[in-house]
Design a protein around this ligand. Structure first.
Ligand code: VGL
Ligand code: ZN
Length: 201
């Protein structure tokens, strides 16, 4: 039995590069695929995000001479983690996990602007450039979201926080998500999500 039509499932960045063996692998990233697939059966509306960077993206450490991955830099829009090259448009690592069900409704690509990273499904990291997802959800009558996927302390958390800010009811299934946990990011983002009234399950 699907849940009510105003409640959608948002599957964040379940791509090969975020799974073991990938360029920015999250521990246990692939272990959540069967549970996510099963959960899809409970929702009438299923949406996905796909991290989708051009080669040489400004969030890649390789684009900053001398910079190591997992260090910080200052971008015009604020502090930014420098990542290993990952989810390059058209590369195998940018593909979804091969066992992920892909019979849902919409795929939102993000991170394609060379100068701005985009953790959230709603806004780029300048917190003002929209992806268009808000309009899609509102015109489809979606009022509540359940989030799953990768990574809990980056793209899942930023998406959940923006969704809550925009007035959607938000639940994050932490059992169907896995974290990168860089310098305490998991504890920090968990705290922020709780303060924002997001249900962590
Ligand atoms: C992500 C870092 C860089 C994520 C994406 O999906 O959480 N993290 N790009
Ligand atoms: Zn990325």
């Amino acid at each position: 039995m699907p849940r009510d039509a105003a409640h959608a499932l948002l599957v964040i960045d379940m791509q090969k590069d975020f799974c073991p063996g990938g360029a920015l692998a999250v521990d246990g990233g692939d272990a959540i695929v069967p549970g996510i697939n099963a959960l899809m059966g409970e929702f009438a509306t299923v949406l996905y995000t796909q991290d989708w960077h051009p080669a040489g993206h400004s969030s890649f450490a390789s684009s900053h001479p001398g910079a190591a991955p997992f260090t910080m830099t200052d971008m015009p829009y604020g502090p930014q983690v420098l990542w290993p090259d990952h989810c390059v448009q058209g590369s195998p690592g940018a593909e979804f996990h091969p066992e992920l069900r892909l019979d849902g409704d919409l795929i939102v690509r993000k991170g394609f602007n060379p100068a701005i990273d985009s953790y959230s499904a709603f806004f780029e990291n300048d917190h003002s450039t929209p992806t268009g997802l808000e309009g899609y959800l509102r015109t489809r009558g979606i009022e509540r979201l359940t989030l799953v996927g990768l990574a809990l302390d980056y793209c899942v958390a930023y998406s959940a926080l923006d969704a809550a800010k925009l007035g959607f009811g938000v639940e994050v299934r932490t059992d169907l998500s896995r974290a990168i946990d860089l310098d305490g990011s998991l504890a920090a983002m968990t705290g922020e999500m709780r303060s924002a009234g997001i249900t962590l399950t």
